[in-house]
Ligand binder design. Structure first.
Ligand SMILES: Nc1ncnc2c1ncn2[C@@H]1O[C@H](COP(=O)(O)OP(=O)(O)OP(=O)(O)O)[C@@H](O)[C@H]1O
Ligand SMILES: [Mg+2]
Length: 462
């Protein structure tokens, strides 16, 4: 292959050396690498995946991936090694390639440090490509991966891929379709609400405009997004304008009137709150002929305002879950993968069947199941290595559900983020935060970033 290692600027190092030469030579097809991937404060030039193993998590050694950082030809690579080290150790990525076009260096992460494992000049790259392949070629990394727990599914990180998105036709870009996602499991306490608020936060930080609709009368999402700022019900400002009002009447309480801007995450997220009184109205609402399509219809009026709408649901098979699953196009099923949650999957399956029958009647396509999302998973390394893969396998083999690639582990930072409080005078008020704001560099925050990547990819969000 003719190869000319003369680059004028960083962008040429990226496009000519990395995109056009190295990635294809190393066997990374366009669907396996991503440009300008953001994790909290970290912004990677390139992230390429050899394969995704389950658990797909940034604090195990599992991501079989390479970070590639391109610099301007005038830059001294020595000045960038520390940052690469931070990237590899923070994200637990195994290999990093650093280049200014004139020189190529490859580093391997060893625990909390990195060491140089390869170096050559830009001119030599063609002659040394086999050596580079042996280190970070896709097949080579995959081979390492076979020693790991079973591969179930491929979360395909996408994020901001300027290079690829520029290939999209302008027609595709112009079309705007809101992605509606229900988060549901009839088992309580598996992490549904935690997923809703932090997935919303992670998608918002990726630039998506997000609306969250709380359909659970326990109103935990309403609380976790910081809308409950009173400690005496006399000052309850949710009671008179919440999701109940949206559902109750076709003509009043449009979404834009009931939605509130929440500051639990920066940038802000719109929330339709719920309220404990919702519970009392289930029967009454059930009598309304068009109750199950009311939300869909009202959402049409705001479809240009949002990129994604996420529904939190109660742990029940009742009306509010039906509304969520009838309105949403996609479904995430959080589960701790324990026996009770697994047995609950039988109910979930029947419930989905029932919903799909109704969707057929109203000429709506079946709900697309993004998969069972492992949540509140113990970080005990023995558990992660031997029990978790078995539990994941049970979900797919015994219950026939796909398991999502991201794993949300049980983390203190995550639990604490909703417990944060604020003192105003001697009054202590709840001041919950998304984990991405509470601890931006925590592993938990990174896990939600991964989840946002997986969800964006699977729902076709750019
Ligand atoms: N990954 C996690 N790590 C640590 N704590 C978690 C995690 N996920 C959830 N929790 C905690 O577990 C409890 C239940 O979580 P959550 O409210 O999200 O579950 P849920 O499925 O929405 O419950 P419900 O069915 O009652 O609505 C909360 O106290 C939450 O902070
Ligand atoms: Mg909940």
């Amino acid at each position: 292959m003719p190869f000319n290692p003369e680059y004028r600027n960083e962008s040429e190092v990226e496009s000519k050396l990395i995109v056009q030469y190295l990635l294809p030579q190393l066997g990374y097809s366009p669907d396996s690498w991503y440009q300008e991937v953001a994790f909290g404060s970290i912004r990677l030039d390139f992230l390429a995946f050899a394969a995704q193993a389950v658990p797909f998590v940034l604090d195990a050694n599992s991501p079989l991936s390479v970070v590639m950082e391109a610099k301007h030809p005038d830059q001294n690579l020595n000045n960038h090694v520390r940052r690469l080290k931070r990237y590899l150790t923070n994200l637990n990525v195994q290999y990093g390639l650093l280049t200014n076009g004139k020189e190529i260096r490859i580093f391997e992460r060893i625990k909390d440090d990195i060491r140089l494992v390869f170096k050559c000049s830009g001119k030599e790259v063609n002659a040394r490509i086999e050596d580079i392949k042996a280190l970070i070629g896709r097949d080579n990394l995959k081979a390492i991966g076979t020693q790991r727990p079973l591969e179930v599914q491929q979360p395909q990180p996408n994020v901001v891929n300027t290079q690829k998105s520029s290939n999209l036709s302008s027609e595709t870009k112009r079309q705007h379709s809101v992605k509606t996602i229900a988060v549901y499991h009839n088992k309580g306490g598996v992490g549904k609400t935690t997923i809703v608020v932090n997935l919303a936060a992670a998608l918002r930080k990726k630039g998506k405009k997000v609306l969250v609709i709380d359909l659970d009368s326990q109103a935990n999402t309403t609380f976790a997004t910081g809308l409950i700022k009173f400690d005496d019900e006399e000052f309850d400002n949710i009671k008179d304008s919440n999701v109940l009002h949206v559902l109750q009447s076709e003509d009043s309480s449009p979404i834009q009137e009931v939605a509130r801007e929440s500051q639990f995450n920066n940038p802000e997220i719109d929330i339709i709150p719920s309220h404990i009184t919702l519970m009392r109205y289930e029967q009454e609402l059930n009598q309304l002929a068009d109750i199950k399509i009311m939300l869909s219809e009202k959402l049409q009026a705001v479809e240009k305002e949002y990129d994604v709408v996420i529904f939190d649901t109660p742990p029940a098979l009742g009306l509010f879950s039906e509304i969520a699953l009838t309105t949403a196009d996609y479904l995430i099923i959080p589960s701790d993968l324990k026996p009770f949650a697994n047995q609950g999957l039988v109910n979930v399956k029947d419930f989905i069947k029932r919903i799909d029958r109704f969707r057929k009647i109203i000429s709506k396509p079946q709900i697309k199941i993004l998969g069972v999302l492992p949540c509140k998973i113990s970080t005990n390394s023995k558990f992660v290595q031997s029990t978790l893969p078995k539990r994941i396998e049970i979900v797919s083999k015994r219950y026939g559900f796909n398991v999502m690639g991201t794993v949300i582990y049980e983390r203190e930072d995550l639990a604490k983020s909703t417990e944060k409080t604020l003192f105003i005078g001697d009054l202590e008020l709840p001041d919950p935060r998304s984990v991405l704001d509470f601890k931006p560099d925590s592993t938990s925050a990174h896990e939600f970033e991964l989840l946002a990547i997986e969800v964006s990819q699977k729902t076709g969000m750019e």
